[in-house]
Design a protein around this ligand. Structure first.
Ligand code: ADP
Length: 460
């Protein structure tokens, strides 16, 4: 964008450097093109050595030296200086080539003016347009009076009035281009500023939302802690009453007590999950890395669910197990992911199978797949189920019991803490396949504070 008083010196230096690179590229392209077309058209090439001199000035003298870009003011002056030298060098080059055709001559001036209009304030652009006009008209007039050799051929058999009209027309174009592009560039700059303002506002809002979310999860975590103690009493006493009643219980009393126990268990699961999630989200959870053997861990996870699968008459198996697949990971957290996935598959599948497969990735990492023949998940729900509090009910669960809606969200966070990925492939009615990939070694976490983000309202 255009340079203003506020543009940092670093930005101006970058602009000047880009302009320099552009000049080198143009020279590298134009010189061979010129020589080739001269050979092709049988034109004699004069003054090529003095032309090389001008090019050397462009490349070695007119390059952005960092010392000139100390602050915005000196940087702007340096850029204007370099544009000016470029202008003069360009004109000298055209003059030394001699008799260049009108198109090349005017195009060179046009390009320079457009560059100024895009990058410099309007007043400077107009000054450059004036310099261009003076050089342009000066070279032609001096050539016509044979004071210097001819730089450009305006066309054969033109009288003086016609030549003046052509020069006048071109100069008017120089100014028109300068004003038009400056105007366009200002309009774009205003849009850019508005966009930046909107972005800042968006960032502020996002900070506020993050802050509110943290306050909420923190509050959730505290509340959950408080609820856990009385809940454990409810659960403990209801279990005690069921197992060792002081007086024989009626069937109805037993039924009521079992309901109390079941509800308390579900509530405890939910609270534990909320606590787990808030711990991960507040970055308080860290990985305890060890070299783990995944085949062993999967075997143990399957053993835990064997009985449940048997009761539901499901085939539960470990179908693919590569030898010696070891990765660096937190064993407890990987176990938790596996338990979540396998227990979900068993919960939602009512006939058929649940199978687990393990593969070695090309980078030495692991790919774990938990597949079932359950009801499957519709494609529009496949991303949502990994979101926290995306509660049960998306999958029609015929008697699988209530869930917390947090298992997959926690699993996703745990896998991502390891630098891995988790996703599901499924079609309704054709089962689901959950895939987890884990790298051989988790990436080192970026240093981030544990504290709550600062209240954005304080800075408003
Ligand atoms: P929940 O405690 O409800 O199981 P999860 O986060 O583990 O919570 O799962 C979220 C939702 O994803 C579930 O309620 C269910 O709708 C869907 N889901 C998870 N696993 C499966 C599966 N194997 N088959 C079908 N649906 C599943």
């Amino acid at each position: 964008m255009r340079i203003t008083e506020k543009t940092p010196a670093e930005e101006i230096y970058k602009k000047a450097y880009h302009l320099y690179q552009f000049r080198i590229l143009t020279i590298l392209f134009l010189i061979p093109l010129y020589v080739l077309t001269c050979k092709w058209g049988n034109f004699t090439i004069e003054n090529l050595w003095s032309l090389y001199g001008v090019i050397a000035v462009e490349l070695f003298v007119n390059r952005p030296y960092k010392v000139f870009f100390r602050d915005s003011r000196s940087g702007t002056q340096a850029l204007i200086g370099s544009v000016g030298i470029d202008f003069l060098a360009e004109t000298a080059a055209l003059h030394l080539l001699g008799n260049v055709d009108l198109f090349i001559f005017t195009s060179c001036f046009f390009i320079s003016i457009v560059y100024c209009a895009l990058n410099l304030p309007t007043i400077l652009t107009l000054q450059m347009a004036t310099l261009a006009s003076a050089l342009y008209a000066g070279l032609i007039v001096l050539g016509r009076f044979h004071i210097i050799p001819n730089t450009v051929s305006l066309g054969p058999d033109l009288n003086q009035v016609q030549e003046t009209a052509i020069i006048f027309r071109h100069i008017a174009f120089f100014y028109l281009i300068a004003i038009f592009i400056s105007f366009l560039s200002s309009a774009l700059m205003k849009k850019d500023e508005r966009l930046e303002e909107l972005l800042r506002e968006l960032r502020r809002t996002s900070d506020k939302v993050k802050y509110a979310y943290h306050i909420q999860t923190d509050y959730f975590a505290r509340m959950s802690h408080e609820i856990r103690a009385p809940l454990n009493s409810i659960l403990g006493f209801s279990q005690l009453l069921l197992e060792n009643p002081t007086e024989p219980l009626t069937e109805k009393q037993k039924d009521f007590l079992s309901r109390v126990e079941r509800s308390a268990k579900h509530l405890r699961e939910l609270i534990n999950d909320v606590l787990d999630l808030s711990k991960i989200e507040s970055k308080k959870a860290s990985l305890e890395l060890h070299e783990i053997e995944l085949v062993k861990i999967i075997h143990t996870a399957i053993e835990v669910f064997n009985e449940e699968a048997l009761t539901k008459r499901l085939l539960l198996g470990f179908t693919k197990k590569p030898l010696n697949l070891r990765i660096m990971a937190d064993e407890l957290k990987i176990r938790q992911v596996l338990y979540n996935l396998i227990s979900n598959s068993i919960k939602f599948t009512h006939q058929g199978f649940v199978s687990i497969a393990l593969e070695k990735e090309t980078d030495g990492g692991a790919r774990i797949m938990v597949e079932d023949s359950g009801p499957g998940i519709a494609s529009q729900d496949q991303a949502a189920i990994f979101q926290p509090y995306e509660v049960t009910g998306r999958t029609i669960d015929k008697g699988g019991g209530k869930g917390t809606g947090l298992g997959l969200a926690i699993s996703k966070k745990l896998v991502e803490m390891h630098g891995g990925k988790i996703w599901v492939e499924s079609e309704p009615g054709r089962g689901a396949r959950f895939i987890v990939t884990l790298p051989p070694v988790p990436p080192t976490p970026k240093p981030e504070g544990n504290a709550l983000p600062a209240d954005p309202a304080a800075t408003d």
